[in-house]
Design a protein around this ligand. Structure first.
Ligand code: AP5
Length: 211
């Protein structure tokens, strides 16, 4: 199964992706994580991506589509969860065309629906693991030991692009470029609309039921 997690910044895509990849025994392909890994390793891609990410803008399509395509070709699994890609109509069409050429397709798009007011609160309380990329929230999803990742013991950090001004721009960019994908996939009959305001566990139960 090839699935996409769609939703605004802070909707819980990464949180649900962790659960979904375990449930489906799938490969987790997160463009945001790949860019952050490249920034950490100071690669050419990382240097280019950083200037856009720091402003809350999308990394240009020519970098992103090629990156995803190379990755998709190298993944040795039928089950893939795409998280953070596609993010505009150009990327969505490029993905559809590329998969079609390989007699493949996206099976389901999981749209996590959360009102804008809640997104800022979620993102400002988010802490992430720099090693395994798992995300926590200081109130709603705290680690077992304050400031420490449950899985690998790394010290949790706040993401560079989680400053309020940058977050507001990321939400604006989502509304302008990404939200149109809800209708795009609805028209294809593959979108499931999930209420993302419940607890992470209840959101995941809704996803499993819908699948
Ligand atoms: P990316 O890393 O994809 O970030 P994003 O889409 O902005 O999403 P977030 O990671 O902020 O949120 P999320 O939905 O994963 O929520 P999470 O589970 O962490 O992209 C970052 C940047 O990279 C972009 O701005 C862009 O520059 C670039 N980029 C990436 N992909 C690109 C592409 N395809 N094209 C071009 N550029 C691209 O949850 C958030 C918080 O809420 C956490 O603290 C969590 O614990 C908490 N939480 C989660 N679920 C719940 C719940 N149900 N109830 C309460 N709290 C919850």
């Amino acid at each position: 199964m090839k699935s996409i997690l769609l939703g605004p910044p802070g909707a819980g895509k990464g949180t649900q992706a962790d659960k979904l990849v375990e449930y489906l025994n799938a490969y987790h392909l997160s463009t945001g994580d790949i860019f952050r890994e490249n920034i950490k390793n100071n690669t050419e891609l990382g240097k280019k991506a950083k200037s856009f990410m720091d402003k809350g803008e999308l990394v240009p399509d020519e970098l992103t589509v090629e990156l995803v395509w190379d990755k998709l070709k190298s993944i040795d699994s039928e089950n893939i969860v795409l998280d953070g890609f596609p993010r505009n109509l150009f990327q969505a069409k490029a993905l559809d065309d590329g998969l079609k050429n390989n007699n493949d397709k996206i099976d389901v798009v999981i749209y996590i629906n959360v009102p804008e007011e809640e997104l800022i609160d979620r993102i400002s309380g988010r802490r992430v693991c720099p090693t395994c990329s798992r995300s926590y929230h200081i109130k709603s999803n705290p680690p077992k030991v304050d400031g420490i990742c449950d899985y690998d013991g790394s010290k949790l950090i706040q993401r560079e692009d989680d400053k309020e001004e940058t977050v507001r721009n990321r939400i604006k960019v989502y509304n302008e470029s990404t939200s149109v994908l809800v209708d795009y996939y609805k028209e294809q009959g593959i979108l499931i609309d999930i209420d993302g305001t419940k607890t992470p566990e209840d959101v995941f139960e809704s996803i499993k039921k819908s699948l």
